[in-house]
Design a protein around this ligand. Sequence first.
Ligand code: FPP
Length: 247
Amino acid sequence: MSNMHVGIIMDGNGRWARTQRKPRWRGHLAGVESVRDIVRAAPDLGIATLTLYAFSSDNWKRPQAEVGRLFWLLREYCARERAELLENGVRVTGIGRRDRIPRSALNELERTECATSGNDRLNLRLAIDYSSQWEIARASRDLAHRVEQGTLAAEEISTDLLTKALSGGVPPVDLLVRTAGEQRISDFMLWEMAYAELYFTTVLWPDFRRADLTRALADFRRRERRFGGLPAHAAPPPALVPDARAV
Ligand code: FPP
């Protein structure tokens, strides 16, 4: 599969910092290096869409100083990496709420989105102030408004329509990677991951590099994806109701 959508929950920055006897923000800083490495590697590894969970809506609960550092890092990443992203054919899109992102970070994100909008080698989606449940509620609200306005019939609301309202034309997630040992989804792309394969590793995000992603993809390629069907080689199941002619 060479047009994959991979989602990554980048976890373990704080633990990494602790192992280095450094403050937590140094873990986030080191995490940016992993982001750089993985974004460079992704297109070579057959990934067409990469969604990184950079800041969940629950992360607002963290101390203000840490939140401030995270948005500073996002701003710096967008500003400093823009030229390389552009050159490497990466298109950057932010997903999530925009109304609470600090102005300076939002400006840099929007500049990067604008500058890279013509690229198509890798669609890099940064989930910032993101909550999947919130997105599903937002998409439902949008559809409800269309019903109110009379441009959509309630009966027309289908899984396809909700998919479009949620994430436009972005394909569903094939593989979710979560680092640092936790085995949770944490409100990340719940709808889009309906049939995703899940890969958990104990590697902390600041240590996660191209070789780790290559391992995750090799594991994914060994799996048999059935989407609720049967294995390709399986014999048809015996009939539950005996054939009337045979009785
Ligand atoms: C989880 O580690 C990580 C985050 C909440 C933020 C991820 C952000 C980055 C990697 C840097 C900025 C991103 C981009 C795209 C430039 P944690 O702090 O929860 O770690 P812990 O569970 O070990 O404490």
